[in-house]
Design a protein around this ligand. Structure first.
Ligand SMILES: CC(C)(COP(=O)(O)OP(=O)(O)OC[C@H]1O[C@@H](n2cnc3c(N)ncnc32)[C@H](O)[C@@H]1OP(=O)(O)O)[C@@H](O)C(=O)NCCC(=O)NCCS
Length: 158
């Protein structure tokens, strides 16, 4: 787990328990909640998820802070999967919370900083993200950050 990762515009550090309530408030906002599969997350659930990820030593949820002001502005989760004979892959989930913090390059900077750290420190060779259909803003954002579509997964209830 990193103690701190410094990007050009952001500083990332493990999220603190005292920040779960704010992170859930951003996550559960009706303008954002529909972009995720789980409709809402409580601070307790978030705490359990973070602890599980930390115990497994394969990932973490990081607080994204503005490097200039050190304000807490979002969360970035990574989970690493290692398969024999292939480069390790990290699946990411990102949320920039306050409206005023979006569109300023902070999300892209956080992903670039984490990506560089994962490659250098943990030998990760690929970043993955899962985007819900219709979240064209996020797709646009990821494409601009160098991601390309790898698969389209379809499902049907039975
Ligand atoms: C998607 C998200 C993480 C982007 O973070 P951000 O800090 O606002 O994005 P950036 O300022 O780094 O944007 C980088 C590029 O992404 C694109 N982009 C970002 N927000 C966009 C938007 N609202 N509409 C269209 N393109 C957008 C732009 O091309 C931008 O490049 P530019 O600055 O040259 O125009 C953030 O808006 C967010 O948290 N959204 C809600 C949650 C979400 O959808 N998370 C992803 C779930 S898969």
């Amino acid at each position: 787990m990193p103690r701190e990762i410094t990007g050009q515009k952001t500083v990332l550090r493990p999220i603190a328990e005292s920040e779960y309530a704010q992170a859930c408030a951003w996550r559960n906002d009706p303008g954002v909640a529909h972009l995720f599969y789980r409709r809402s997350v409580t601070p307790d659930q978030m705490g359990r998820d973070v602890e599980k990820l930390r115990r497994s030593a394969t990932g973490d949820t990081l607080a994204i802070t503005n490097r200039e002001t050190l304000d807490f502005i979002g969360t970035l989760t990574y989970a690493i999967a290692r398969k024999q004979g292939a480069p390790a892959e990290a699946t990411l989930g990102i949320l920039i919370g306050p409206e005023h913090a979006r569109g300023r390059g902070l999300g892209a900077d956080a992903i670039n900083a984490l990506g560089a750290w994962l490659a250098q420190e943990l030998g990760v060779g690929k970043l993955l993200v899962e985007v819900k259909p219709g979240n064209s803003k996020a797709m646009n954002f990821y494409e601009k950050a160098g991601f390309a579509q790898r698969a389209i997964v379809m499902e049907r209830d039975i």
